[in-house]
Write a protein of this length. Structure first.
Length: 181
């Protein structure tokens, strides 16, 4: 138990997640005067619960596969290697935006990292675009080319038909502040 809260491990999900939120709220109300350390632990516990819910919702919305290449470990056993990432980063988002599934994409580690640093972006019509820097690197390096060539990187986001598409405001933010055209 890393969180420091009695009887609750980190990473709780579903009903356990809701129970954790209730216990955290009740615990904080029982305290007459919380120390700075206790206040920080309470805040981080709430943050972890929110991040877990966001990740679960984004992975589900994206069909538990990389929206850029389709990578998935669909066996349901253990870690999948997928990342549920924010389009507009957590640090730059409002509380509502941080938990909004339309501010998230599921991606394999390679494509997630490229998107995070602005080597890839997505247009409003869900077309995937490479930056000029990435295009140049593909011409110089076989490993880069193999990871980002058309056979490896889809021309548009692969989302299930029932998925909620990324929010236009988040895509616009990524273009304006992250993408390295």
């Amino acid at each position: 138990m890393r969180s420091g809260w009695p009887g609750r491990p980190c990473g709780a999900s579903g009903a356990a997640e809701a129970a954790l939120e209730r216990e955290l709220a009740a615990w904080s109300q029982r305290q007459d005067d919380l120390t700075e350390s206790a206040t920080e632990r309470l805040l981080w516990a709430h943050v972890r619960v929110g991040q877990h819910r966001f990740a679960k919702d984004v992975l589900s919305n994206c069909g538990r596969a990389c929206v850029f290449c389709g990578f998935a470990l669909a066996d349901g056993d253990g870690p999948s290697l997928l990342r549920a990432s924010h389009i507009k980063p957590w640090k730059d988002s409002s509380h509502r935006e941080r938990l909004d599934v339309t501010n998230g994409l599921a991606a394999c580690p390679t494509h997630d990292a490229a998107f995070d640093v602005g080597l890839l972006t997505v247009d409003r019509d869900l077309t995937v675009r490479r930056s000029a820097r990435l295009e140049a690197a593909m011409g110089r390096n076989d490993g880069v080319r193999r990871a980002f060539e058309p056979r490896a990187l889809r021309s548009s986001l692969a989302l299930p038909t029932e998925a909620v598409p990324p929010g236009e405001s988040f895509i616009r933010w990524h273009h304006d502040y992250v993408f390295a055209a």
